[in-house]
Ligand binder design. Structure first.
Ligand SMILES: Nc1ncnc2c1ncn2[C@@H]1O[C@H](COP(=O)(O)OP(=O)(O)OP(=O)(O)O)[C@@H](O)[C@H]1O
Length: 546
């Protein structure tokens, strides 16, 4: 160890032998005192920390540091710097050499960072199995539901609270406090990393939220991602976690009809599940329900028949009629009866294009009901809209980005031929383009008309609870004797003219007299007067099925 002076700085020089076989001497300099920067000192320090070219040193105070020629200096970073400095002819310029050293040092650190990332990724791939869940996919809802029920979510000190674990789903009071009509609350692990166990293995999950788009733009529907990791190379544990969460999720929906709707990205989103609606609650003219149900069942059982004859395996239904006559309700009840889920497409969705519509068709499962609601709101006959929307080009669209030909292609496409029931509803059959309702696209048209006396009577009977002598199922609830109810229902129906009121209007009116059927019979004229004056909405609330 020697003391030395460089510039006006004092240094301690430490000579160290680099291995027994090495003739190379490294020099370590330790600055004794901080002072204004002497640029070259930094390079010298760095150059010596990394084995810079060998330096010949004198001894004693005032020793000069002079590069030593002809030595094996091309080793290490110092050697590289020296070589480069020599090549560019700046080896005698200490400032340039210092800069070069810093540049090389920076490059080495940067490369080490990249290298470390590769090594880390490699190690992760070798040692950790990961599964990723995106909030746009249904599997994300399965996982959230699973996590909500996992003890970890009850214990964690960082948790988020939500009333919905399904994207876009409305709060579902049926699963919460039914008495107070409160929605169910789910406690979920908050964004960040959480440890949990599954099948006696320790797993960890990281939940991330997408950053809001730059420039103050409105954030996209809260996109999230969950990654679940486990040590090891066997992915079976993660697969069984996914299957288990799917099974539990579906289990919860066993007695429910699940409704999916298309989002603005062209993906299906589960929007809600609802208790199965029984077909018996839909009151139509006699024989209509039975006819449609028979047709659908026959179709679902005849896949081979279609295949043998080369006929595309699909069936189209058009339910048409005035608003509130039960078109949508019938579709939901049909789905419940056949244990099918409903996939709803609203053509008024501005995010929908011909391409996304086709993609949605491809993504629809084979056995389901595809419901195209209020089709007249988007497409009317080309002869009606021709003046403004380009008749003859197949693009008679109103308020939608889907073209008419795009819709026909989607209905006819290969994707639509896998046993799907395509149900379309409209209030104005006469406005629709004949191409849309030709056989092959629409195989059965069903008119949902305004209510008859028969329908009014049946609805009244269904509406009020009644018993055959046994005590009421809910203590204190109004319960009529069956024969009394029939008498009231007949009196009610007598006052209802055929084909004037919709079933929704009658149902809305009865809601006002939920606990007083006698008043409902007495005051039915109120409803009729309001309808004649065209102000039925003031008397009855507007009810929609979906
Ligand atoms: N035929 C019916 N039988 C029993 N309930 C009915 C019937 N028609 C309508 N309703 C009731 O009226 C409400 C509205 O019905 P729904 O939404 O099915 O009518 P819609 O014909 O689809 O109307 P829109 O053409 O406006 O879409 C629902 O709550 C439903 O219970």
């Amino acid at each position: 160890m020697h003391r030395t002076v460089f510039g006006r700085q004092k240094y301690t020089l430490v000579h160290t032998c680099r291995g027994i076989m090495s003739s190379h001497l490294g020099i370590r300099l330790a600055c004794l005192r901080q002072s204004p920067a002497v640029p070259v000192s930094a390079s010298l320090l760095l150059g010596n920390l990394l084995p810079l070219r060998s330096l010949s040193t004198g001894q004693g105070p005032g020793t000069e540091l002079v590069p030593r020629d002809g030595e094996d200096g091309a080793r290490g970073l110092g050697g590289i710097v020296g070589m480069v400095a020599e090549k560019v002819g700046v080896e005698s310029n200490q400032f340039a050499t210092g800069g070069l050293t810093l540049a090389v040092f920076g490059a080495v650190i940067a490369s080490a960072g990249v290298l470390w990332r590769y090594v880390w990724e490699f190690l992760q791939k070798q040692l950790i199995v990961s599964a990723e869940f995106d909030s746009r996919d249904e599997a994300y809802s399965w996982l959230l539901s699973f996590l909500a029920d996992h003890p970890m979510s009850q214990r964690t000190t960082r948790f988020s609270v939500t009333t919905s674990i399904k994207p876009g789903q409305k709060s579902d009071s049926e699963q919460g406090d039914a008495y107070l009509n409160l929605p169910r609350v789910y406690f979920l692990p908050s964004p960040g990393t959480h440890l949990f166990t599954f099948n006696k293995r320790i797993l960890w999950l990281s939940r991330e939220r997408a950053k809001p788009p730059a420039g103050g733009a409105a954030p996209t529907a809260s996109l999230e991602r969950i990654t679940i990791n486990v040590l090891g190379r066997n992915r079976k544990i993660l697969e069984s976690l996914v299957r288990e969460s799917q099974r539990l999720f579906i289990e919860k929906d066993r007695c429910r009809t699940v409704i999916y709707a298309a989002d603005q990205y062209g993906n299906w989103r589960r929007i809600r599940s609802r208790p199965i609606r029984h077909l018996s609650t839909i009151v139509l003219d006699e024989g209509i329900k039975e006819l449609v149900l028979k047709d659908v069942k026959e179709f679902l059982a005849s896949e081979k028949w279609y295949a043998d004859r080369g006929i595309p395996y699909r069936r189209g239904y058009m339910f048409y009629g005035k608003p509130g006559t039960g078109k949508t309700s019938f579709v939901t009840a049909l789905a419940g009866e056949l244990k099918l889920n409903i996939y709803v497409i609203s053509l008024a969705n501005r995010g929908l294009t011909d391409e996304t519509l086709t993609e949605l068709m491809v993504d629809t499962p084979p056995r389901c009901i595809l419901l195209l609601e209020d089709i007249d709101a988007a497409f009317v006959s080309r002869t009606i809209t021709g003046a403004t929307t380009g008749a003859g080009q197949g693009n008679a669209t109103i308020g939608t980005n889907v073209t008419f030909s795009g819709l026909l292609n989607a209905i006819d496409g290969v994707a639509a031929q896998e046993g799907r029931l395509v149900c379309m509803t409209t209030n104005h059959l006469e406005k629709l383009d004949p191409a849309l309702i030709r056989p092959g696209r629409v195989d059965l048209k069903v008119l949902f008309d305004l209510a008859t006396k028969y329908q009014a009577r049946e609805l009244f009977i269904q509406f009020y609870p009644h018993t055959n002598g046994e005590p009421p199922s809910v203590p204190g609830m109004l319960t009529l004797r069956a024969d009394e109810l029939v008498q009231l229902a007949e009196a009610f129906a007598k006052k209802i003219p055929d084909r004037v009121l919709s079933m929704a209007q009658i149902q809305g009116f009865l809601m006002k007299y939920k606990s007083n059927p006698w008043d409902a019979v007495k005051k039915v004229d109120e409803l009729l007067n309001a309808v004649q004056k065209g102000g039925a909405e003031d008397v009855v609330p507007i009810l929609k099925e979906l």
